[in-house]
Each structure stands twice: as C-alpha cells, then as structure tokens.
Design a protein around this ligand. Structure first.
Ligand code: ADE
Length: 348
C-alpha cells in the first residue's frame, strides 16, 4: 500500500496539514488560471467546450503523474469549467460494491466523480464500476443462491476523472474505458516561478525575480512543494524583518530546510547514499533497498524515485536500481574505477 506518511520533510509532495488551507485558496479554479502543462490544457479546453455545446458529459479522464502535480486540482477545474459538482473519493475509500453504488447514485447529470488512487480499487468494486462508466447503470444483485436476482439501476450520465501515481497498476480493461489520458509531468522551473509569483500575489507577499527562480529550481518540479517552500521563505523573511523575499533569504531558508541545489532533501540523499555506500552503487532490488531504508516499497516507487529518475540520478535496470555518475558527483563521492569492470559499463 502506498504510504507517503513517512515522507514528512518540507519537500514531501503529499499534502500535509499546513498545506490544506493554502492549497484550497492558492489552487487555480479555471483552465485560464492554470499555469503549465500547456498541451493538456489546450486539449482540455477544446473537449470541455465541445461537451458543453453538445450538453453531454465530458468523456472519462485518466490523469497520471507523481504526487503534488495537481491531479485533484485539474479535476476540480474540469468540474468548474463544466459548471457541475465534483464528488471526490479514492480507491481505498470505496470498501465494497455497496459503497460504490451509494456514491454513484448521488452523482448528478454531467457531474464529475473524482476517484483518486484508482489503482487501489478492489477488483470486485472495479468490476462494478465498468457498467457504470460504460452504460451509466449499475447491476445490483439481491438474494443469493438460486434466488439471486440482478437488478439494473440507471445512473445519470457523468464523467469519471480518475487519478493514479502508478499507471502500470491500472488494469487494461479499466484503462480502455477512458476517453482520454493525461500524463502530468514535472513542471519546468520557469512555470514554477510563475506559480510562485501568482501565489505570492494571492498571499500579498513581495518577492524578487531571482528569489522566486531560486525556489522554483529547488522545488522538485512540483507546485505543491514550490508553494510550501515559498511559505517557509516568508517565515524567514518575516523573522528577519524584511518586507520582501529576496535571493539571500530564500537561499538561507532553502539551505536551513536541507533542500539542496537540485531540490533533493535528506531522504533523497539518504536513498542515493545507501545505494552507493551499501550496495556499491547498485544494482539493488527494490525490496533490498526498501529494507535498508526502512521505508515501504510503494513510497520509494511513488514518491522518491520519479524525480531521481527524471534528474538522471538513478536508473532502473532489469537487475535493480542503480546510482548514476551524476549521483556520485552530486554527493561528492568518488565514483568506482571505470572501464573493464561492470561498474564502468554504467557510466558509458
Ligand atoms: N498552484 C498550484 N498549481 C498551480 C498551477 N498549475 N497553476 C497555477 N497555480 C497553481
């Protein structure tokens, strides 16, 4: 089971207590306000307008990507743009068929049903979801044995927006029922800087261009982390009696929070260091690595790895995880002697 609770650092992408109020006020409410993910945004604009013109629900949408990139936000934006209500739940929260039926019967015409962590639906629940999204009906079985009877209950036509951090775990039959798939990617620093400026305006904070860019480059490509780092920089500026967040105070805040030049925090560095020091840089199997770090496998795969892979600090090979030359350099550890040995091949 994905358990991100262990990632409590400032750059943990998972929503935390102190994010909740801010997340709600800072979140963009329309596609126009939404910064980044340009091509997805443009496509969604067309699909929303077409659905509205036909007075039909939007086709079902599957959104994937690492935590903190705005899957819930995008779903809420779609509901806003369609002028309908969003009903939110998650895969593990739907414990049985009855809970799913209860949820579905409350969904109004053209409404959005948002199911987070769709890959964690129970198989029996998932099977019941198929007729709901395909034909807008659910099959309810009453009685059992020879007296069992199946009743078809019609539903209002609706849009399922499903989110997952793990595409590979979404079953083929479920995947094929979505009209569109959106793969959210890490945001480039330029987009994060725009998000930071927007958030600062909403929080009535003054921030310099270079300070915003510094936070943006160290925010792990993740808006939620960028906003959190902005709030921490504001704390440092406030205590230092500064009216504006400038580069120096932003750097101080980031350094004090243990966020390095690539945006890695203590846990990211620990993962790389364990791989390098305990396993000779790898390859090490996921289970082995998880045991050495005392972290759940899912947390490593969902939370830590995507960014490390993206940054070229880690490789996934058939034999396990492997640190790259860039990881050695970043941590200031001399890489193992090159060519001729198996390690040399890594860096070729
Ligand atoms: N806040 C968080 N994510 C955002 C985004 N993509 N655009 C604008 N503001 C945001």
């Amino acid at each position: 089971m994905a358990d991100e609770s262990s990632r409590e650092g400032t750059i943990a992408p998972k929503s935390r207590e102190d994010d909740i109020g801010y997340d709600l006020t800072l979140r963009p409410k329309t596609l126009r306000e939404y910064i980044g993910q340009k091509s997805h945004k443009e496509n969604l604009e067309v699909f929303v307008r077409a659905a509205l013109a036909r007075d039909e629900p939007l086709e079902h949408v599957l959104i994937h990507g690492p935590p903190g990139l705005g899957k819930t936000t995008l779903s809420q934006i779609l509901a806003n743009e369609l002028g309908v209500q969003m009903h939110a739940t998650s895969g593990p929260a739907i414990e049985h068929k009855g809970a799913l039926a209860g949820m579905l019967t409350r969904v109004g015409r053209r409404d959005v049903l948002f199911i987070d962590e769709i890959h964690r639906l129970q198989p029996a629940v998932e099977e019941n979801l198929y007729p709901a999204i395909e034909d807008f009906r659910i099959d309810i079985v009453t009685g059992d044995g020879p007296h069992a009877q199946s009743i078809q209950l019609p539903l209002q036509p609706f849009t399922l927006v499903a989110a997952t951090t793990r595409t590979a775990l979404v079953t083929g039959p479920l995947k094929s029922r979505f009209g569109m798939e959106i793969r959210l990617d890490f945001y480039p620093p330029e987009d994060l800087a725009l998000i930071i400026h927007r958030s600062a305006r909403m929080m009535k904070l003054a921030i310099g261009e270079d300070a915003a860019m510094e936070i943006a480059t160290r925010a792990r490509g993740t808006p939620r982390i960028a906003n959190r780092l902005l709030r921490r920089a504001r704390d440092f500026a406030q205590v230092a009696n500064m009216k504006s967040i400038e580069l120096e105070i932003a750097r101080l805040a980031l350094d004090r929070l243990g966020v390095d030049s690539l945006g890695l925090d203590e846990m990211d560095r620990r993962l790389l260091r364990v791989l390098i020091e305990n396993f000779n840089g790898g390859p090490a199997g996921l289970e082995t690595l998880a045991a050495a770090l005392a972290e759940p496998k899912d947390t490593i795969e969902d939370v830590y790895e995507p960014f490390l892979l993206r940054q070229g600090l880690l490789m996934r090979t058939p034999r396990g995880r492997q640190a790259t030359l860039k990881a050695y350099t970043h941590l200031g550890v001399p890489p193992p002697a090159a060519p001729g040995n198996t390690q040399g091949a890594l860096f070729g």
